[in-house]
Design a protein around this ligand. Structure first.
Ligand SMILES: Cc1cc2nc3c(=O)[nH]c(=O)nc-3n(C[C@H](O)[C@H](O)[C@H](O)COP(=O)(O)OP(=O)(O)OC[C@H]3O[C@@H](n4cnc5c(N)ncnc54)[C@H](O)[C@@H]3O)c2cc1C
Length: 353
């Protein structure tokens, strides 16, 4: 049970949100000490008493205050779960307690694996294997929580056999370089950037799985539920700001539509999160269609509400330092966070046909 209550954590995060947005105030300490160190990423893991629905609630609460904080928490939490569920004994012994206690940061860098799986583009990271040692080359164009001591999870492809393998690797070792992203529209505090592998050598213990389909089948619904939670957190905060403004009358129809949609998606999130209480999920992972639809609809809702938030707040919402401006910029991130809006639309059209 966390020593800090969720309410006091959320108050702290709210108090810092402006600085996090404005000052490129890096989130590493907050993530490790205030969030992970206080037990707020411990829900829904293999030995957790509380289910993943409780994790979704924490991430949603964080996103109501600050999307950057919710996002770094999501990335760390997912990495912890990959190691928890798929790590070799040696990898778990070396890093699971560190990830769970907040002494090491985790980064999920699977966007390229998802694009590969959806057929959009080939996995740009390759591996060769020789007597149980792997050599990795290639570039991960985007990942977050990138620090010298981060444990990052990514997939790589063997160009000869076309096999895909999921690896975990520390970033501060020979063969890895990180290029920080330039100035972003939002999320500057998330330590995002590009990771390049040039002759990175990894041992067999760094392999999480050679069964990528099973891995994605099990992890993707969990990943999407927690992402949908941050989309709904942002929607909720924005709708609250709309309702607190004095200019709601011309937007009454939009507001009632948003309220209905938010309630519908919240119900859907609760149902889908509860479906994930059983692990491993039946049939090699639940069909992701409902999870993909939820994630897309939740992102679209956040973007629709933040736009109306600006219209109801008026000109003062257009100051770059306003909460309204921050939420608009945060909401746009939801279109480029994997699975991206393009990828979601494509996959949904394929699965629904
Ligand atoms: C600040 C920031 C932080 C990030 N952090 C992380 C992170 O921590 N971890 C991580 O894994 N990723 C992260 N990402 C990367 C992100 O997840 C996406 O991979 C990346 O933004 C997608 O870039 P893209 O230009 O290829 O867009 P995409 O949407 O993938 O591609 C653009 C084009 O391709 C089309 N398209 C997309 N999918 C398909 C498809 N299946 N078939 C056909 N056409 C398609 C689209 O319609 C669009 O025209 C981050 C990105 C940003 C901006």
């Amino acid at each position: 049970m966390p020593a800090t209550t969720l309410d006091s954590l959320l108050q702290q995060v709210e108090d810092c949100a402006k600085n996090v947005d404005k000052d490129d105030h890096n989130l590493r300490r907050v993530l490790l000490e205030d969030i992970v160190g206080q037990g707020f990423t411990a829900f829904g893991l293999s030995d957790s008493v509380a289910p993943i629905a409780a994790q979704a609630q924490v991430i949603q609460g964080l996103a109501e205050k600050c999307m950057s904080s919710a996002f770094v928490t999501w990335s760390h939490r997912m990495t912890t779960e990959y190691v928890d569920r798929f790590g070799s004994e040696a990898l778990r012994a070396a890093h699971l307690d560190e990830l769970r206690s907040g002494t090491r940061v985790g980064s999920t860098a699977l966007a390229t694996a998802l694009a590969d799986k959806s057929g959009k583009e080939l996995l740009p990271i390759t591996f060769t294997e020789d007597a149980g040692t792997f050599e990795i080359n290639g570039v991960i164009p985007w990942a977050s929580n990138l620090y010298e001591d981060t444990l990052a999870v990514f997939a790589a492809r063997n160009e000869t056999t076309e096999e895909r393998v999921v690896f975990a690797a520390l970033l501060g070792q020979p063969g890895v370089s990180v290029k920080p992203a330039g100035e972003l529209l939002a999320l500057n505090a998330t330590s995002s950037g590009t990771v390049k592998f040039e002759g990175l050598r990894l041992a067999a213990n760094n392999v999480l799985t050679r069964d990528v389909d099973f891995f994605l089948g099990q992890m993707r619904p969990r990943f999407l539920v927690l992402q949908s939670a941050f989309c709904l957190g942002l929607s909720k905060a924005s709708l609250k700001a709309v309702n607190a403004s004095s200019g709601t009358l011309p937007f009454a129809d939009d507001i009632s539509r948003f309220e209905e949609e938010l309630a519908r998606l919240q119900g859907e999130l609760n149902v889908l999160a509860n479906d994930l209480n059983a692990y491993p999920a039946p049939a090699n992972g639940l069909a992701p269609l409902a999870f993909l639809k939820l994630r897309l609809a939740a992102a679209e809702l956040a973007q629709a509400i933040t736009r109306i938030e600006l219209a109801t707040i008026g000109g003062r919402g257009y100051f770059s330092s306003s909460d309204t401006s921050r939420r608009i910029r945060e909401s746009l991130f939801l279109s480029v966070q994997a699975p991206t809006e393009g990828s979601l639309r494509w996959e949904i059209s394929q699965l629904a046909s």
